[in-house]
Structure formats: structure tokens, C-alpha cells
Design a protein around this ligand. Structure first.
Ligand code: B12
Ligand code: SF4
Length: 457
């Protein structure tokens, strides 16, 4: 049963309803922010969230629209809008709430959505006139229709059975393309088949969904793009679908990157098709170099003894690897940091990335650490994958925090960059992003010094 939200007069009584002024905002996080952040342009690719929501606005509702990503530009406090839609991930949720409270005080209608409001809708509801839980393909248009009829509900939830086929294409032209290293981002699928215990995907979004391949190809053609990034959480969740997609991409002669799992290496046809279709970079979650950790996080499909072969097989196809590693599992000790640096150097991983194990709300990991009394705090702004927010088992929080910083810095020292890229197939492709991560790595400490997350260390 849906609760009715703060009431809004129906369209005819509101002169400003012709047209409705809609603002869609993506708030900054501690690290991803305009001017003072450390995600340089070389690390930024266009998020599809706001362009997708823009495309979903029902054509029958006359409107003026503005999209603002606070990672690349400032959000004005005196925003001219009737309805403000704010997208929040966990790290940006305190900023989202700050903006929401501010605009509500100004009498604007505020809607919160995205992964964090999906994970903790009751918390988000304290700051919004309406909260959208889950995907919004059907609920966001409904919300706007209700709003224009003065009938806004407090909670909207995407109903089961969502189909991605036949949806309008994201309105990418509404974000400034020049602020991203790749503006041509797209999605073929959503969700994932796995259930890693630290990941928000199984809790927030559940079973995988797919755009029909023909529509993905049409999207690529419409963009006229030659460099693409797939935002999919696991592009090969359905291998047969992925093969069809790769086959259809071959004639387009594009270069693309995307997220997959180590499983891609064990299907030669899939990997060959990926290479033939123009794949130049794959983000692969290796997560850890200890089998106990892989078991702990329910990533049993990652077999440590096969990591070298996985890397070799991908590199053989001239595909660069963005390898992601997580520190802070219960078996992790301070030795893991150096061991991981050695691993990425030896295997010449083009773009290694490190994260602190982060117990995002709603995940099994969060529930366990909370039950064990090991969460240091629930300041969501520090739940950004780079701050330690829980008590590790075999080291202090401070050791974990500074161990990761050391790992980043050593990996992205000039020597480290050259050792991994020199004489590799993809020197020039990977160099710019490496310099972007070098900038990031050497500035992370600024964010440790300005906050005090380690009181319990
Ligand atoms: C692009 C991207 C980025 C970009 C930009 C992010 C940004 N603007 O904040 C970059 C590279 C900078 C980035 C960085 C990070 N990211 Co990121 N990123 C993504 C990614 C790959 C794609 C987002 C996207 O375009 N999705 C496609 C759109 C269509 O889906 P959607 O966003 O879910 O939106 C739908 C619904 O959620 C809903 N919805 C969303 N917002 C709203 C708002 C309203 C008003 C309504 C009505 C509906 C609605 O409607 C949409 C249509 O159904 C997602 C994974 C993913 N595939 O979603 C991760 C993801 C969002 N990132 C994540 C994380 C953890 C991070 C980092 C912390 C990683 C790190 N350690 O550095 C940083 C933090 C950045 C920050 N903001 O502080 C997590 C968030 C988890 C969480 N609970 O916070 C995700 C989900 C990945 C994951 N596997 O867990 N990221
Ligand atoms: S494979 Fe990746 S997207 Fe899928 S559940 Fe695990 S961490 Fe999440």
C-alpha cells in the first residue's frame, strides 16, 4: 500500500507546471568531485544514470530539463526547478541528503533514487518527498505523471518482470561530453549471476536483465562512436548473450572496454570473439591473492592457481587488464600489500586498482560485521571503497588504511608504471589512465588527513 507524499497541487492550479522544471543531480563523493576531487578526466567516463532518467521522462509532460553531475560541475544552491531528482550511491548519500534537505526547505519537490536509497529506503525517505526503489524504467515516468496530477506517492518500486527492450536511448547529449575521457558509454545488461558477499548488486538489483542485442547495436550506430565503454556489472553473466553481442559488434569496427569475471578466460570462443569485436580492455575482479579470502567473499569461481593463465590468455589477445584487488578480508595480514604489488608487476597488469573491503549497507558483509560489532561508524560518506570503516581481524584499521595507500603509490610510481607497461602491447592506450591513477594514488592521503576515520585503530 503506497503512502501519499507531501501533497502537490495538480497541474492546472500551478502556473509553473507549463512546463515542469526538472533537475536531475548526481552529487559529489569525497573523491569524485568538481575541482577538489582526484578523479581526473582520464579516469572519468560518462555515467548513464542521469541520461537514462532524462530519456524516461514521458513525452506528454511538457518540461524543461537540467542534468548536473557534481563530479564535473558545481550544483547551484538556488536551482531553478520544481522537481529535483537526486541519484545517490552510498559514498555520495550524505551530500545527496544535504542537497535534498536544502531544496525541500526552498519548497521544491525532491525525489531520491539509485543504489543507496534502494538499499536503505527508509533512511532516504527522511530527506525526500518520494523515494524510488530499484530500477526506475516504469516507476520514474509514473512518478512524474502522478506529480503532474498532484498525486505524488511517497514510495515507488519497480515491479518484477521489467523488460529493457524498447526503451528510449539515454540522452547523453545533456551532459558535457568534453568532461569525460569516454563519453560513449552504454549498457547491454544489468545485474549479475554471482553473489559476492561484499557486493551491492545481488541485494539491490537481483537477477540479470538484457537489452536486445539489436538495440545495443543500434545505440552504437546512433552514437557513431569508435570507442565505447560498457557499464555492465558483468558483461559475460550470460555467455551466449555475450557471444551474440560480440559477433554483432565485429562489423562495426569499434574499440571497447567492459567489466567481466575471470571466467572469460576459460571460454576460448568467447574470448576470441571479444578480441575480434574490438575489445581493448577488461576490468577483472581478482579481489585477493589468498584462497581463504576468495572463499570468505563467496567468489569461489575465482581460482587463485589459475590467475596467471587468466592474465596470459587475455594478454595474448592484446587486451589490457584493469585488475581490481580488495584488502581487509579476515585472513589478510600486512604481508598482502607487498605480495599484491609484486603480483601486478610480475604479471604486468596494465591498470591495477585497489579498494578497502567496504561493508555497504544491505550486503551480507555489512550484516556480519555489524553483528560482530566491528563497524567503526556509519558515516556513509566514508563508505567509498577507499576508507577503512570496520575493524579488520588481523591488523589495525590504520595498518589497513596506510597499507593500501602504500600499495597504490608503489604501483603508480613512475618505475612501477614503466615496469608494467614498457614493451607491452598497450603502452600508449594505458599510459594516460596510468598517469590519472598516479595523480589519484599520490593524493589519497589528503582525504585521510582531513577526516578522522581511524579513531578505533
Ligand atoms: C559510472 C560509474 C562510476 C563513475 C561515476 C560515478 C558517479 N557519478 O558517482 C566513476 C568511475 C567516477 C565511479 C566511481 C565510483 N564508484 Co561507481 N559506478 C559506476 C557504474 C559502473 C555505472 C553507473 C551507471 O551509469 N549505471 C547505469 C544506470 C542506468 O543505472 P543506475 O545508475 O543504477 O540507475 C538506475 C536506477 O538505479 C535508478 N536511479 C538511479 N538514480 C536515480 C535517481 C532518481 C531520482 C530516480 C528516480 C531513479 C534513479 O534509475 C536508473 C534506471 O533504472 C556503476 C555500476 C552500474 N552498472 O550501475 C558503479 C557503482 C555505482 N559505483 C560504485 C562504487 C562503489 C564506486 C566507487 C566508490 C569506487 C571506488 N572505490 O573508487 C567510486 C565513488 C565515486 C563517487 N561518486 O564518490 C558502486 C556503488 C555501491 C554503493 N553502494 O555505493 C556501483 C554500483 C558498482 C558496484 N559494483 O557496486 N563510478
Ligand atoms: S561478480 Fe562482480 S558484480 Fe557479480 S556479484 Fe560479484 S562483485 Fe558483484
Amino acid at each position: 500500500m503506497l503512502r501519499l507524499a507531501r501533497s502537490w497541487p495538480a497541474a492546472p492550479e500551478r502556473p509553473w507546471m507549463q512546463p515542469v522544471k526538472i533537475a536531475l543531480l548526481s552529487p559529489r563523493g569525497p573523491l569524485y568531485r568538481h575541482k577538489t576531487g582526484i578523479f581526473k578526466k582520464s579516469l572519468r567516463y560518462m555515467p548513464l544514470t542521469l541520461p537514462t532518467l532524462a530519456a524516461l521522462i514521458p513525452p506528454e509532460i511538457p518540461h524543461q530539463l537540467r542534468l548536473i553531475d557534481e563530479g564535473i560541475e558545481s550544483i547551484p544552491f538556488d536551482l531553478d526547478a520544481d522537481i529535483v531528482g537526486i541519484s545517490a550511491i552510498t559514498g555520495s548519500s550524505p551530500r545527496a541528503y544535504e542537497l535534498a534537505d536544502h531544496y525541500r526547505r526552498q519548497g521544491k519537490c525532491v525525489v531520491l533514487g539509485g543504489v543507496h536509497p534502494t538499499l536503505v529506503p527508509d533512511e532516504a525517505a527522511l530527506h525526500a518527498d518520494s523515494v524510488v526503489v530499484g530500477y526506475a524504467e516504469d516507476s520514474w515516468p509514473q512518478l512524474l505523471r502522478d506529480f503532474s496530477q498532484g498525486n505524488l506517492q511517497a514510495r515507488y518500486r519497480q515491479q518484477p518482470g521489467l523488460q529493457l527492450g524498447g526503451r528510449p536511448l539515454p540522452r547523453r547529449e545533456l551532459l558535457p561530453n568534453g568532461n569525460f575521457t569516454v563519453g560513449h558509454t552504454l549498457e547491454a545488461t544489468r545485474g549479475c549471476i554471482h553473489k559476492c558477499n561484499f557486493c551491492v548488486v545481488p541485494t539491490a538489483w537481483g537477477r540479470p536483465l538484457q537489452h536486445p542485442v539489436a538495440e545495443v547495436i543500434q545505440d552504437v550506430r546512433n552514437m557513431g562512436a569508435k570507442r565505447l565503454i560498457f557499464m555492465d556489472l558483468n558483461l559475460i553473466a550470460d555467455k551466449e548473450y555475450a557471444k551474440d553481442l560480440f559477433r554483432a559488434l565485429i562489423p562495426l569496427k569499434v574499440h571497447w572496454g567492459g567489466l567481466v569475471t575471470t571466467e572469460i578466460a576459460w571460454d576460448d570462443e568467447l574470448l576470441d570473439l571479444a578480441a575480434r569485436s574490438g575489445c581493448k580492455g577488461l576490468l577483472i575482479g581478482f579481489e585477493s591473492l589468498t584462497p581463504e579470502a576468495l572463499k570468505e567473499c563467496r567468489k569461489g569461481f575465482n581460482l587463485l592457481k589459475e590467475y596467471s593463465q587468466v592474465i596470459e590468455r587475455v594478454h595474448d589477445r592484446k587486451i589490457a587488464i584493469m585488475g581490481t584487488f580488495v584488502f581487509g578480508f579476515d585472513n589478510d595480514t600486512v604481508d598482502n600489500f607487498e605480495r599484491t604489488v609484486d603480483f601486478v608487476m610480475t604479471h604486468r597488469i596494465e591498470l591495477p586498482r585497489y579498494a578497502v573491503l567496504t561493508p555497504f549497507p544491505g550486503t551480507p558483509l555489512h550484516q556480519r560485521l555489524d553483528a560482530e560489532g566491528r563497524l567503526l561508524h556509519k558515516d556513509w560518506s566514508l563508505y567509498d571503497g577507499q576508507h577503512v570503516v570496520f575493524q579488520p581481524a588481523l591488523m589495525t584499521a590504520r595498518d589497513l588504511q596506510y597499507g593500501i595507500e602504500h600499495t597504490w603509490k608503489k604501483t603508480y610510481s613512475y618505475r612501477g608504471i614503466l615496469r608494467r607497461l614498457w614493451k607491452g602491447n598497450l603502452f600508449w592506450t594505458a599510459l594516460t589512465a596510468n598517469l590519472g591513477y598516479r595523480f589519484y594514488a599520490h593524493r589519497l592521503h589528503q582525504f585521510y588527513n582531513c577526516r578522522e576515520p581511524l579513531l578505533a585503530a
